[in-house]
Design a binder for this molecule. Structure first.
Ligand code: TLP
Length: 345
């Protein structure tokens, strides 16, 4: 790679903290959060709980830890967790559901990652002599590998109502729930109203250098605090990190319409390249299939890297571009120009 500016579309996790975040980190008042005495962490948790409309919230190092704790809170060993087959929990989290919670995943194939109550209903199992009982359902909103798809609110509500009627709790992996809120025009509070636990990431589109939140009822979050410690997530003077998270929470969402517009621009331009099939989407993630071009994603990604453009190869046919606060429209245009050139040449 040469020294010109790299256009990094691999993920929205790559953003650098803004000046305001760095200043807030510098100024942060801190204490030992394992004793619950870090005022900045406490402020972030209170604000996060308020925004998602839950009794309590907990600051975590990662979204993976949020999902791991969320599933553990809602299940017992030997149960099943129902999910779409391409959720992050299944594909990218080192089978923590099995490792930490002792549960197996019961996955459902969908075209765009969006589960429906109709698909779930028949999979819910009571305790019998043979089958693993259902412990929980997890839904990913927005759905990453589905192309950043947003769950329709009535689908979320129907899943939660149906599940709760059968005493099955629902976890939402809302790593990008603020993107879902932006695209749907609904508040995160409304989106999360019926789920039992929700995790979301401060370090994706919202732009914080690290950190995630899990939220739910007060008793669940009291237990979550113990599980976080068990996983090595007791972070002591974490206020320096929570301070950036607070800035991300207050100011991050305003950036998202721009990210979505840039992603739609990329999607439209990609669809003009012969042989490229773009997954429909409405947020900041663009998944596209290049199999019909005869090119291999891994090789295309490596060639792009030489031209200063970073895009992920996700399988032997799929690639992904993700927009975020650190890429401009002009850079998106340049990146697509390079991609068209690499694929065409
Ligand atoms: N996703 C990352 C990679 O791990 C794939 C990315 O670049 O998109 N839930 C969802 C839906 C996610 O997309 C991710 C990260 C996580 C959870 C985990 O968050 P972290 O990386 O904080 O553990």
């Amino acid at each position: 790679m040469n020294h010109r500016t790299v256009i990094d579309l691999r993920s929205d996790t790559v953003t650098k903290p803004t000046l305001a975040m760095r200043q807030a980190m510098f100024d942060a008042e801190v204490g030992d959060d394992v004793y619950g005495e870090d005022p900045t962490v406490n402020r972030l948790e209170a604000r996060a709980a308020e925004i998602v409309g839950k009794e309590a919230a907990l600051f975590l190092p990662t979204g993976t830890m949020g999902n791991t704790i969320g599933i553990k809170l809602l299940t017992e060993h030997g149960q099943e967790v129902i999910a779409d087959s391409r959720v992050h929990i299944v594909d990218w989290e080192l089978s923590m559901t099995a490792w930490f919670s002792g549960c197996q995943m019961r996955t459902v194939e969908t075209t765009d990652g969006i589960l429906t109550w109709d698909r779930i209903r028949g999979l819910i199992k009571p305790v019998t002599f043979n089958a693993a009982p259902t412990g929980a359902i997890t839904i990913e909103n927005t759905h990453n590998l589905g192309g950043g798809r947003v769950y329709p609110q009535e689908v979320i509500d129907e899943i939660c109502d149906g599940a709760h009627e059968r005493d099955v709790p629902v976890h939402m992996d809302g790593a990008r729930v603020f993107n879902a809120a932006t695209a749907s025009g609904r508040s995160v509070r409304e989106i999360a109203a019926k789920v039992d636990t929700i995790t979301f990431c401060l370090s994706k589109g919202l732009g914080a250098p690290m950190g995630s939140i899990i939220a739910g009822s007060r008793p669940l979050m009291d237990r979550a605090r113990l599980l976080r410690k068990r996983l090595g997530g007791g972070m002591r003077q974490a206020g320096v990190l929570a301070a950036a998270g607070l800035v991300a929470l207050e100011h991050g969402p305003a950036q998202l319409p721009n990210d979505h517009a840039n992603a739609r621009f990329i999607a439209t331009r990609l669809a003009e390249i012969e042989g490229v099939i773009v997954f429909p989407g409405e947020t900041n993630i663009v998944i596209f299939d290049i199999a019909a071009t005869g090119r291999i994603p891994r090789e295309v990604s490596a060639q792009l890297r030489e031209r200063g453009v970073l895009m992920s190869a996700f399988s032997d046919r799929l690639m992904r571009a993700v927009t975020h606060r650190d890429v401009t429209r002009e850079q998106c245009e340049t990146a697509i120009g390079e991609l068209a050139d690499v694929i065409g040449g």
